[in-house]
Design a protein around this ligand. Structure first.
Ligand code: NAP
Length: 349
């Protein structure tokens, strides 16, 4: 198969680097065009980008020149990991010019006609682009993936919602510093500390979870009929957001039933063997002190949600721990899987 040329907005950032790395040997997509701010435009990627990943910068992108974020010469398929302060206008400009924008940024996630996707959880919501096409005069489209904290929560809740229904959820996060981009949180603010506030994060997690676990009906998403309360904290971990979650289910279930629901969880990405799909979207750890970001965050190439410590909760019904990689499953890997789903559904032909 001839590879599809792709472009990347926000190529120099934390998530942009993950994209460049994950696209290095991608069987379907070839990264050919990069863009970032005026600070980087005109420079070669190797010069413009302060590479922060352990895996070296792919040789193929080192010499590519970073462009301004303007449509025109860019490939039709565009991944975006732009700073949300600028993503709104720039992504709109690309979509209007006919590009398919697969975005990480928060700007369009909650727009009623924009799909917010986790391909294992709600692949059918992709059909919302039909509404988008009717309502906007764009020749292209925008499709989004959730916030990096939402993803572990929604992935771990989806099998429970399908099997038993969900009534109430309380989630407390311990979020990695890489989630704040680069250079991110100053050392003196985070060293030996916990920061109990991440602007806008709790609202995003609560709303996005309801949209993801909602139902597409007549061209609209009917949000999930449960309530979510989120507490979000920044901690001194490099990669991986850990979440402690309490949940009330719609009907009685034993702990073994929850474990079975997680272990059996599969959907279109696994059935179609999409290139970035984890074989096991949810990995269940049985040790009493796992998952931990240091040991578990790379499971399934960073694309799994790892759960453990499921036990009864005296306030809600059950409680457990979930972990997911914030720049892979929570960002670049999520968008890649979205684009693979779009390709397999014929949206990129
Ligand atoms: P980052 O490291 O700060 O990178 C931001 C990128 O945006 C850089 O490429 C930067 O280019 C570019 N940019 C900034 N101002 C610009 C402007 N005026 N015009 C054009 N480009 C501009 O941030 P990040 O962590 O990669 O996050 C990127 C996006 O993904 C954000 O919307 C974030 O909320 C979202 N996200 C992040 C994570 C995570 O775990 N980090 C997870 C999910 C979603 P220069 O280098 O040239 O300044």
């Amino acid at each position: 198969m001839k590879k599809i040329e792709v472009g990347l907005l926000g190529a120099t950032g934390m998530v942009g680097q993950r994209f460049a790395s994950l696209l290095e040997d991608h069987p379907w997509f070839e990264l050919r065009w990069l863009a970032a701010s005026d600070r980087s435009a005109g420079k070669k990627y190797a010069e413009a980008c302060n590479w922060r990943l352990r895996k070296p910068m792919p040789a193929k992108v080192r010499e590519l020149v970073v462009h301004e974020c303007k449509p025109g010469r860019a490939p039709q398929l565009i991944f975006s990991s732009l700073d949300s302060k600028v993503a709104g206008e720039i992504e709109k400009e690309f979509a209007a010019a006919g590009h398919v924008v697969v975005s990480n940024s928060s700007n369009y996630r909650m727009e009623p006609d924009v799909p917010l996707l986790i391909p294992e959880v709600n692949p059918g919501h992709l059909a919302l682009v039909r509404t988008q096409r009717k309502e906007r005069a764009w020749k292209g489209m925008i499709v989004t993936n959730p916030n990096c904290t939402t993803v572990g929560l929604a992935m771990s809740l989806a099998p429970l919602e399908r099997a038993f229904g969900i009534e109430k959820v309380v989630m407390t996060s311990m979020q990695a510093v890489s989630g704040a981009g680069y250079p991110g949180v100053p050392t003196l603010d985070i060293l030996g500390n916990v920061i109990p506030f991440i602007k806008g994060e709790e609202e995003k997690v609560e709303q996005e979870t309801q949209k993801l676990l909602g139902r597409l009906d007549g061209g609209k998403i009917i949000p999930g009929g449960f309530i979510v309360s989120a507490h979000c904290n920044r901690v001194l971990v490099e990669d991986g957001h850990t979440e402690t979650i309490s949940v009330s289910l719609g009907r009685k279930a034993a702990i073994e039933d929850l474990i079975q629901a997680w272990r059996g969880f599969r959907d279109l990405p696994q059935e179609r063997d999409l290139p970035s799909a984890p074989k096991h979207p949810i990995v269940v750890r049985e040790e009493p002190d796992r998952p931990q970001p240091k040991f578990d965050v790379e499971a399934e190439g960073g694309m799994a949600t790892i759960v453990g410590r499921v036990r009864p909760c005296k306030v809600l019904e059950y409680k457990y721990v979930a972990l997911s990689h914030n720049t892979i499953r929570g960002a670049a890997g999520a968008a890649l899987l979205n684009a693979e789903l779009m390709k397999s559904e014929g949206y990129l032909d």
